[in-house]
Write a protein that binds this ligand. Structure first.
Ligand SMILES: [Zn+2]
Ligand SMILES: [Zn+2]
Length: 387
């Protein structure tokens, strides 16, 4: 009989030198720099809204009210920058100075009082507004949750490779309108599959049922798409980029090859399009899916009680990211563990978390080398030296 797998605890080494602690100038330095950069980005979005904001998102916020938030962010960046700059040890002078400089440039370009007028809609734009709002929202929701209920309390906020993941986060949000255009183009090929009577029926059921139907149909598509990325040799090098993360937190989930990012959104649009559900149910699903996608990567030790049997939770998805033998090619579901359970890919030892994350063969570590990684793998048979 095969020996049962020996689960181990993950070791996270404490690094007090890189922790955020009040009173050292580090918190104020980083906050000032972050707010300064975001403020300047926001000012550009106010100056060129047609090019730098997202048509779909613009209808959901009040640009004038957000200028009040911008005002406080700009003053906070200046004050925190000055605090970091004049702190005795001066270790974070440069961070403070960066925040102050970015904010001063933002002020010189019009700051928080740029007039807001009607915006000419553009099909293809850069989602600077989506980037800023998603970043701030993620910090408020997910970073707070991670600090309140961490699985690994010694895991740093600025853990190794945070810059790589931040780049992916920025790209995925800035490219939102290109992703939507591609997904709409993709679903237009499925007109032949639309059934007016089925759509009428779905449109007539109560909102919670519509939502449930979307979650299950979308998860079915996401399950098989995800499984294909794992099981087809040609597709794996693309998806391996997402699996190259070795420190998992709210930001790490953003890491993904652009081909995967585009194809995943395009595929999940198909059931949504065919079901023809109402706008309210659709908005509810998109919000739920976006929040859950970040949540399941979080460094979050909550057990979720009985909810863990119906929803994909951080512990369940962390197992998907493990490089330990029993966890490889398991837990593909995105919303509910149902399809993993049905199709025999369910791996959820409830009392354990992975000890190792990542791929069995380590991927290159920079964004550029990860982006060209699939091409390199595909071309490998042609590059074998002749003997
Ligand atoms: Zn995967
Ligand atoms: Zn993941």
């Amino acid at each position: 009989m095969e020996e049962p797998y020996q689960y181990r605890d993950r070791i996270v080494v404490k690094n007090p030198d890189k922790e955020f602690r009040l009173g050292e100038g580090r918190v104020s330095g980083y906050l000032s720099a972050t707010l300064g950069i975001l403020s300047l980005l926001a000012v550009f979005a106010y100056l060129y809204p047609s090019l730098l904001t997202t048509t779909e998102l613009r209808q959901l916020y009040d640009a004038e009210k957000l200028q009040i938030v911008l005002k406080y962010a700009m003053y906070a960046s200046l004050i925190l920058g000055a605090l970091a700059f004049f702190k005795n040890n001066g270790r974070y002078k440069l961070h403070g100075l960066t925040g102050i400089c970015f904010t001063l440039v933002a002020f010189s370009l019009g700051g928080y009082s740029i007039p807001v007028g009607p915006v000419e809609p553009r099909k293809l734009s850069i989602g600077v507004d989506w980037l800023i709002l998603a970043f701030l929202g993620s910090i408020v929701i997910f970073l707070t949750l991670e600090k309140l209920f961490p699985k690994y309390k010694d895991q740093l906020i600025l853990r190794p490779e945070w810059g790589v993941d931040l780049f992916y986060f920025a790209f995925n949000h800035l490219a939102i309108s290109a992703i939507i255009i591609f997904a709409n183009y993709h679903v237009s090929h499925f007109d032949w599959a639309i059934s007016a009577s089925a759509q009428d029926f779905i449109g007539s059921v109560p909102l919670p049922i519509q939502f449930l139907v979307i979650v299950i149909c979308a998860d079915f598509v996401l399950y098989w798409e995800h499984r294909a990325y794992h099981e087809f040799k040609t597709l794996w090098p693309i998806h391996a980029v997402h699996h190259s993360i070795e420190n998992i937190d709210w930001l790490a989930g953003s890491r993904g090859h652009f081909i995967q990012v585009f194809s995943e959104r395009a595929m999940v649009m198909v059931p949504l399009y065919l079901l023809g559900v109402g706008q309210d149910a659709l908005n509810l699903y998109v919000t739920f899916a976006a929040l859950q996608a970040v949540l399941i990567h979080c460094n979050l030790g909550l057990s979720f009680g009985p909810l863990k049997y119906v929803l994909v939770t951080p512990q369940f998805h962390h197992w998907h990211h493990s490089s330990e033998k029993p966890a490889i090619d398991t837990n593909y579901s995105a919303h509910t563990p149902l399809f993993d359970w049905l199709f025999n890919t369910y791996h959820f030892p409830k009392d354990h978390w992975p000890a190792e994350y990542g791929t069995t063969q380590r991927l290159p570590r920079s964004v550029i080398s990860q982006t060209i990684h699939p091409m390199k793998v595909w071309l490998r048979p042609f590059r074998q030296p002749k003997d």
